[in-house]
Write a protein that binds this ligand. Structure first.
Ligand code: GLU
Length: 514
C-alpha cells in the first residue's frame, strides 16, 4: 500500500537555527507539499547538556517567518498530536532499548571513561581504528563478556552503564540515498554506538529511529553531516525488524563559504557582512547578538528564494520563485550532490527583485517606523513618491533612506574633489539661473523641469547638457548618483530643491573656485 508522505524537520534546540537548517526545513516542506504530505516538527532535545533556553521558540518563529510552518508537531489543530519533544517521550525509548537487548541486538556496557580511553589508545598504537566493535568489545566490561549473574549484580547496584548496539562483525550495509545513489558501508568499519545513556536518556540515534518509525516518516531529508549516521540507522531498522517501513534517505549538500573553502560559519557571515541566521539571536549565556535576515531587511520571500537555490536548481532558467511555484517545481532529484557556495551578491540581487515587485505604498509603509526612529516625520503621499523613485536603486528598504537622505534633509556636505573637477567658470551663474527658473515654474513636473534645463543650459548659454548635469545634481541632492534627476527634483518639490541649491551655492561661493 502506498504510504502517505510524511517528512520531519528534527532540529536540536542548541542555539539559533543556522540558515542551513532553514534550508533543510524548506526542502522538507516543499517535498511534502508537492506530494500532499505532512511536514512535522520534532524537537530533538535528548542531549540535556546542550539545551539552550529560547532555541525552540526561535526555531518555530523562524519557520513561521519564512512561511513554512509545520502542520504537525506543535499541538495546534486537527490531527496534530504534538508537541513532539524527545525529552518528554523519554520513558518510551527505554522499552525499545530493552527490546533490542532481549532480541540480542544490543547489550549493557559498564566500562568507565578511563577504560574506554585505554582501549582506544591501545588500538591506535597498533594502527587500528579506535572502535568499540565486534572485536574490541570482547575485551571490555559488558554483558557479552561478564556472566549473567555479574551483570545482574551490577545493574542491581545501580552501577553506571550504557546500552550499545551489537553490530555484526562482517556485514554489508547497503542503502539508497535519493541524492547520492547507493551507499555501501561494512559493519567492520562501524562502532557499536551507544543507544541509551547512563542519565536515562536515549542517544540521538535511538530516539531518531524510534520516532521516525512511530511517526510513520516516509522520507528522511537532512543535512550531509548525518550521512555517516545513516548506516547505523539502517542497522537499527534491521534489528527492530522494521525494514519494510524504513524511510527513504536524502542527504542535502553542505552550504559552503563564498570561496567554497569549507562549511559556512557565523564567523564568515560577520566577516563578509551577511547574516547566517534567519532572525536576530541574543545568546542567553554570553549576551552576544547574532544578526538575522529579518532584522537585516531581507524579505522572507527573498530568503526562501536564496535558500531554494543553495543546492537545488530548476529545469529551466527561471530564478524568481514564489513559495507556491517552488512547491510545483521542486524535486529531490534536482538537488546537487556537491556543496553550494553562498553568494552574497546574489542574495542582495534576490532581495532587490522582491523589493522592486512591492507597491510604492507598501514600501513606504514599511519605511515609516524606520524614519520615526530617526526622528523624521514625512507625509505618507510624499514617501510613496520617494519609494517609487528609489526602489529601482536599492536592495533594502532602509536604503531608501540612507541612499536618499536628500529627500529628507538639506545636504550640508559635498564631495569637494568632485566640485573642483566639475566646476567651470560658468557653472555658478547657470546654477543661479536654473534656481530662479525653478522658482518661477508654474507647474513643477519632470517635463517642465527638463524643458527649463535645456532652455537655460543650451538655448540661453550655449552649453552642452552634459557639462551641467552633474553640477545641477550635486546642487540639488548633494551627491553624484541617484534616480533620474528631473524626476528627483519633481518629487523633492520646489521649496526643498531651491533651498538645497541655495545652500550649495553659498558653499561653493566660499570656496573661491575661480
Ligand atoms: N537532531 C538532528 C539535528 O539537529 C536531526 C538530524 C536528522 O534529521 O536526523 O540536525
Amino acid at each position: 500500500m502506498e504510504r502517505k508522505v510524511r517528512v520531519r524537520f528534527a532540529p536540536s534546540p542548541t542555539g539559533p537555527l543556522h540558515i542551513g537548517g532553514v534550508r533543510t526545513a524548506l526542502y522538507n516542506y516543499l517535498f511534502a507539499k508537492k506530494l500532499g504530505g505532512d511536514f512535522i516538527l520534532r524537537i530533538e532535545d535528548t542531549d540535556q547538556t546542550r539545551f539552550v533556553p529560547g532555541a525552540e521558540e526561535y526555531i518555530i518563529e523562524a519557520l513561521k517567518w519564512v512561511g513554512i510552518a509545520p502542520n504537525e508537531g506543535q499541538g495546534f489543530g486537527d490531527g496534530d498530536y504534538g508537541p513532539y519533544r524527545q525529552s518528554e517521550r523519554k520513558s518510551m525509548y527505554r522499552r525499545y532499548a530493552d527490546q533490542l537487548i532481549a532480541s540480542g541486538h544490543a547489550y549493557y556496557a559498564f566500562d568507565t571513561p578511563e577504560e574506554l580511553d585505554e582501549m582506544r589508545d591501545k588500538l591506535k598504537a597498533n594502527g587500528m581504528s579506535p572502535q568499540y566493535d565486534a572485536v574490541s568489545r570482547m575485551s571490555m566490561k559488558n554483558s557479552l563478556t561478564l556472566s549473567a549473574d555479574e551483570v545482574q549484580k551490577r545493574l542491581g547496584a545501580n552501577e553506571n552503564y550504557v546500552i550499545r548496539i551489537k553490530l555484526p562483525r562482517k556485514e554489508e550495509v547497503r542503502f539508497h540515498d535519493i541524492i547520492r545513489g547507493w551507499v555501501v558501508v561494512h559493519t567492520g568499519t562501524m562502532d557499536d554506538k551507544v543507544l541509551f545513556k547512563s542519565d536515562g536518556m536515549p542517544t540521538y540515534h535511538l530516539a531518531n529511529v524510534v520516532d521516525d518509525y512511530l511517526m510513520k516518516i516516509t522520507h528522511v531529508i537532512r543535512g550531509e553531516e548525518w550521512l555517516p549516521s545513516a548506516p547505523l540507522h539502517v542497522m537499527l531498522y534491521r534489528a527492530f525488524g522494521w525494514e519494510d517501513v524504513m524511510p527513504e534517505f536524502a542527504h542535502l549538500p553542505l552550504i559552503l563559504k563564498p570561496d567554497g573553502n569549507g562549511k559556512l560559519s557565523k564567523r564568515d557571515g560577520d566577516r563578509l557582512g551577511f547574516p547566517v541566521f534567519p532572525l536576530n539571536w541574543n545568546d542567553p549565556v554570553t549576551g552576544e547578538l547574532s544578526s538575522g535576515y529579518r532584522e537585516a531587511g531581507y524579505f522572507p520571500e527573498a530568503v526562501v528564494n536564496i535558500l531554494a537555490f543553495l543546492g537545488w536548481h530548476p529545469s529551466d532558467n527561471q530564478e524568481l520563485f514564489e513559495l507556491e511555484e517552488l512547491v510545483q517545481a521542486f524535486s529531490l532529484e534536482r538537488v546537487n550532490k556537491s556543496g553550494a557556495k553562498f553568494d552574497v551578491n546574489k542574495a542582495f540581487w534576490f532581495n532587490q527583485q522582491y523589493l522592486r515587485s512591492k507597491s510604492d505604498e507598501a514600501l513606504a509603509e514599511s519605511l515609516l517606523p524606520y524614519l520615526k526612529k530617526h526622528n523624521i516625520a514625512v507625509d505618507k503621499s510624499y514617501l510613496n513618491l520617494v519609494a517609487g523613485l528609489m526602489k529601482e536603486k536599492v536592495s533594502f528598504i532602509n536604503e531608501i533612506y540612507t541612499e536618499g537622505l536628500y529627500f529628507f534633509q538639506t545636504p550640508t556636505s559635498w564631495d569637494q574633489d568632485l566640485i573642483r573637477k566639475k566646476f567651470k567658470d560658468f557653472t555658478p551663474g547657470i546654477l543661479m539661473e536654473l534656481k530662479a527658473g525653478l522658482e518661477s515654474l508654474p507647474a513643477f513636473t519632470k517635463e517642465s523641469i527638463e524643458a527649463l534645463f535645456h532652455q537655460v543650459v543650451e538655448d540661453k548659454n550655449g552649453k552642452k547638457p552634459g557639462e551641467m548635469m552633474l553640477p545641477f545634481r550635486l546642487a540639488v541632492s548633494g551627491v553624484a548618483g541617484g534616480p533620474p534627476i528631473f524626476e528627483l527634483i519633481a518629487v523633492l518639490g520646489k521649496e526643498a530643491a531651491t533651498r538645497n541649491m541655495d545652500t550649495f551655492l553659498s558653499h561653493t561661493k566660499s570656496l573661491n573656485l575661480n
